[in-house]
Write a protein that binds this ligand. Sequence first.
Ligand code: PMP
Length: 469
Amino acid sequence: QVKATAAHPAVTTEQISETDKRHTIHPWADLATAPTTGDLVISKGEGYHVYDSDGKRYIDGIAGMWCVNIGYGNVEIAEAIAKQAQKLAYYTPFGAMTNPLSAELARVLAELTPGDLNRVQFTTSGSGAVDSAIRFVHFYFNAIGKPEKKHIISRLESYHGSSYLTASLSGKQVDRTYFHYMDDIIHHISCPNPYRREPGLSLEAYCQQLLGEFEDKINEIGADNIACFIAEPIMGSGGVLVPPTGYHKGMKALCEKYDILYILDEVVTGFGRLGHFFSAEPVWEIIPDLITCAKGITSGYQPMGAVIISDRLFDRISGDNAPEAAYFTNGYTYSGHPITCAAALKNIEIIQRDNICEHVREVGPYFIERLKTLEKYDIVGETRGNHLMACVECNISGNPVAAEDKDITAARTVDKFCDEAGLIVRPYEALLILSPPLVIDKEGIDQLVSILAQSIEQATEELKAKGLI
Ligand code: PMP
């Protein structure tokens, strides 16, 4: 057996995989198979393609993890990172210390976010951004003398992170085995899932039903006890659940009626995925009280997140309005890290200079339209999405309201054939999730959809042979 060392790094795929299996605990590791199942080792990326360690090329249908928005191998970002590392790799952001790039990035984010969202706190991840948002909201209500406002309303199937607090906010039931969650102040209401709504219910009536459930929950807990509502614009990891028209506007109106703050978690949707830097105002017509972001902020070239908070909230508890001894003791060693900020600033400059949001607004509808052609296959229940955030939902059981085991098997089988043909998608339950790098062009979209079609056909044959359809 070969043991990798720093001086002699593992070189063959088998050796890398062997070393990895022995020592790494991956996010969402399946503990039953982790010690034995080989990894897919990705070692290079270029544009919207990645290569495994044996040199096989794949279309990256998921932008790494919804994050490599401008694509792989960008030399300008690499140079910005190298330059900053040489100039100033790090200095503390605590108290009244800053660095030029952190100040500039905060200004840029304030400009890109809607309304009076002008106060930025930097984090090192999306989880950190959401965690910081909730900590701010609690701090805020304590500081203005409303300490009973602690409860948080989140949604089933949501995903907000993997810290103790953010995992507790997340509503994916499949993730809730063996851990402990702080559920005393966190409540989950239904998620908008039009495909799985009661048969016969119109979309308008469905939206009203969801809004009604939210208002009932507010009344049950008592508005005086509720601090905030948190929502992803389109639920990503929970299944690319696109809400019915008017949903976010309606939820925001209820929040205003009951003095509940609205946190919009744009960790996935920020930085161009829906054709805008932030989707809040142009897509959903709302200005939330706080926005969280990460991923696309650096296109994954450095780990970073941020929460952007409205002036209205910040001003109410700062300066002359600050209560006694009000230190906002939240933040990280690496908040506003100069190298990370250099990557983010260059990334944002590239998105603007190369008109990447406009490009997404052009190819996004084409992507959704091309995916719709897959609905002709019997094993596909629905394809849905918005611009470059989409999914294919398998449905072979015919159950309109819930996926069954065989639907999940169908999605996994399609995934297996995609993998063989050189397309990486993300299987989740009965879904195949898609979020390619934003630089994908129409030719890339055609190739992606054609591999999906071929894989669906192959999967159909295999499922038939197994007697599942
Ligand atoms: N919020 C949302 C909506 C996410 O999709 C994610 C990650 N997929 C997070 C928060 C957490 O981000 P991170 O993994 O960077 O902590």
